[in-house]
Design a protein around this ligand. Structure first.
Ligand SMILES: [Mn+2]
Length: 358
């Protein structure tokens, strides 16, 4: 049974309306921006305008979608097809459809009941197939190359933005479609901000530089963080902080495998921080999240991560400690969950790298 049909059966709906960019891409294969799909019980339709006739046909045909060219009359054609196929209950993407769109469709699709299906669409995307995993491996590899090349060019007086630009440039040079989120480069006192997007701050001697970045490769994301020290005069406290985050990440790794509950991994890392000087109060975010077409996907290693991890799901493990007004450290890697452990997709060196100023 195909993935769409499973959702139809589960929700007891007659059809499913695909409008969200990522869900549409996942189920139909279409990578363009404009288009909708309706999945009926025995037929799958894809709709877009004249600009996408060739691309949409080429991309969605292998997934058994028939292409329909629409213009301004699009909504009327959807409704006509819904009526023709005797649709009473229509699943829609309540997680991403705007309120305005929802109101519009509800007014147009007279006599049809709207059933929220967004959660089921996202759940279908959790377990990745071999083709997706190959793309995720490649995305991780490209980010590793970017890290390796970028730490060679970091110099005193360079801005965080220059470092971010280099990370993104090297990713593009190596085949990335784009960055997967706003590149974070947070140095010195800014490193205590977990999401310190690259600023005009200049790199100074003897400070941490947190780099959190990733790319999209054929639509699939990577997400890696490394904290390096620029200089050779590291304090005992800074060294200890790095070691603690490093050990917490190793502990997280050691727990990841099919069957483990996400929140248990998150809690184990918090407990470890507390056993080592009550430090968990400096770890304000979750330990990990899955990723795929989007950089944050279900499931999660967080307080709310109640589900068991399953083989061929993905997970980041990203502990961090942030001492306000001083500095912070985060280390993040991308893991593919397997039956008895994990495959590490990002493979950049995890041990502290000290960059010599020159
Ligand atoms: Mn992340």
């Amino acid at each position: 049974m195909d993935k769409e049909r499973k959702i139809l059966d589960k929700l007891n709906i007659d059809a499913m309306f695909l409008t969200d960019y990522f869900n549409k891409r996942y189920f139909t294969g279409f990578t363009g921006t404009t288009g909708q799909a309706i999945v009926f019980k025995d037929k799958k339709n894809f709709y877009s305008d004249f600009r996408y006739v060739e691309q949409a046909t080429l991309q969605t045909k292998p997934n058994n979608y028939d292409f329909y060219q629409i213009g301004k009359d699009g909504q009327e054609i959807f409704y006509k097809h819904l009526v023709e196929n005797k649709v009473k209950r229509l699943g829609y993407d309540d997680m991403s459809m705007t309120v305005a769109e929802f109101e519009m469709y509800k007014k147009l699709f007279v006599g049809i009941e709207f059933v929220p299906a967004g959660k089921e669409m996202l759940e279908a995307r959790k377990i990745k197939d071999e083709k997706e995993i190959e793309k995720l491996r490649m995305a991780a590899k490209i980010s590793d190359i970017a890290f390796r090349e970028t730490i060679k060019i970091i110099k005193e007086g360079m801005t965080e933005k220059e470092i971010a630009a280099h990370l993104e440039y090297v990713q593009r040079l190596n085949g990335a479609d784009d960055k997967s989120f706003e590149t974070i480069v947070a140095s010195g006192h800014r490193s205590s901000m977990p999401h310190g997007v690259a600023s005009d701050k200049k790199i100074k001697k003897n400070e941490f530089i947190v780099m959190d970045f990733g790319c999209l490769y054929q639509g699939y994301a990577s997400d890696i963080t490394r904290t390096v020290f620029f200089g050779d005069n590291i304090s005992e406290d800074e060294k200890n902080l790095y070691d603690m985050v490093y050990n917490a990440q190793s502990l997280g790794f050691s727990m990841v495998k099919e069957g483990v509950v996400g929140k248990d991994v998150d809690q184990a890392v918090r407990d470890y921080f507390d056993e080592n000087g009550n430090m968990s109060k400096y770890f304000g975010h979750s330990l990990g999240h899955s990723f795929g077409l989007e950089v944050h996907e279900m499931p999660y290693c967080s307080k709310l991560g109640n589900e068991k991890l399953v083989a061929n799901e993905l997970m980041t493990i990203e502990p961090g400690l942030y001492i306000e007004g001083k500095y912070g450290v985060r280390i993040e890697d991308d893991l593919l969950i397997t039956k008895d452990g994990y495959e590490l997709l990002t493979q950049s060196k995890r041990e502290l790298i000290m960059i010599k100023p020159n």
